[in-house]
Structure formats: C-alpha cells, structure tokens
Ligand binder design. Sequence first.
Ligand code: KIV
Length: 265
Amino acid sequence: MKKITITTLNEMKARGEKIVVLTSYDASFTRLSEEAGVDVLLVGDSLGMVIQGQESTLPVSVSDMVYHTANVARVSERALIVADMPFMSHGTPQQALDTAGRLMKAGGAHMVKIEGGAPQVETVRHLTERAVPVCAHLGLTPQSIHQLGGYRVQGREPEAASRLIEDAMALQQAGAQMLVLECVPAVLAEEVTRNLDIPVIGIGAGPDTDGQVLVLYDMLGISVNRIPSFAHDFLADTGSVPAALAAYVQAVRERRFPAKEHSFS
Ligand code: KIV
C-alpha cells in the first residue's frame, strides 16, 4: 500500500480528485477505514463526545489524544494521521509545540490540527518552522462553542465571510498545509478552496471543497449525540460497517456526497 503524504494530497487537489477524510479513534475502525480507501484519518477531539459521552469537546486532555492517536497509528499502514490539539493545549506557541511533540512522538501523528483564525497565526508559524505539519480549522470551531453560543453555521454575514477568507490566507501564509472548514455556506467554502493552494477539507461546507470529513460515528448513525443535518447514515443504506465505509469513500470520490441537502446557503 502506498502511504499517503501531504504531497499526495497536494497532487490530488491539483488533479481535482476528492480527498476522503474520516475520524478514527481506535485500531479496529482504523483497519476497516483504510481497507475502504480513506486517505486521511483524523483523530478528532470529537472523541470527547462520541467515545467519552462528554457534552462538548472541551474536557478532552492531551493524554486522551495521545492514547487514541497511538491506537490509530499502531495499525495504520496507508493513511495520513492528523491529531487534534485539544482545548487549552495550545495557548502559547511554546505550549503548542510541547503538545504537538507529544502527539507526534508518543502518538505517532503526522500532522496536528488547531482550531481558530488570526490568533493562531503566530502559533502555526512557530510549529511549522519547527517541522510540525499543521492543519488549520475555521468556521464552526467546537472548542469555542461557549463563545459562539451554539453549533450554528458561521460566515453568513459579509463581514464574517471576509474575515474567514483573510484568516485562511494568513494561516496558509504562516505554513498551514491543510484546512478544515466546518459549517459554512457552500459558496464561501468554494471561494476559500479556489483561493488557497493547500487542500481544503469540508464538513457541512458544501460539495466544492477539495475533500470531505465526517465524524465516523455520525456516518454510521451510532453516535449518542444528535446526527448533524450535514451528515448521512451510510450504515442504514448498506447494512454492514465495511460496506458503509466503502459507500462513504465512493460517494465522496464520485461527488455524490455531500449533496445539496447536506449543505448550507
Ligand atoms: O474533532 C473532530 O472530529 C473534528 C471534525 C469534526 C472536523 O474536528
């Protein structure tokens, strides 16, 4: 199996080939997801909600992230592994570097993901200048849920949309090599994707990003939480976990997912 690297993802963007991303938190689902052809495994701090039963992602610790990332990395043979930097683990550039070091050295992550815009630019530069690959995350950033006042679409107002575009450019400039865009209008996601050189991965961001990500338990319809409207239950369609994973990969590659009903205007 040929390993997926950031170079592979850049080439896929250049060819207009969709990148398939899925969250993973353990060895067994990692094996199945890779067999289905998933390109990037995101060890998301969504594990706080779907694995730990927390109300939000805020209680997740760096140790939790290292533990789950290591479970994924131990059996992974092909995918690029991205690990979330949890809430309050990247308040300063030096703290972020310490956290990223743990996620990469003890966890085996290939890249770390940081939520937030302009205030994270300095941190992203600090990490990327020290050989830590970074995925930025804009739009709905769940670690800011108490500031945002709920899980709702971001960037609808012209001012917020312009700020998001500026933040995306600044994060790319600071060295970010990938961007996750969560819960933003499809037209805004299309504009960001067209203007950035780095791969843009959408979730609730319409059909025109370079790739798609879903929370594994949402796409299997087994989450303890309400399944978001931008997700789809592939297990209900297919009847088995391997078939559901294969159907997700195929639907993203063939641009059938996300459809209009999974997008926001
Ligand atoms: O934590 C997570 O799973 C994420 C995805 C929803 C993008 O950040």
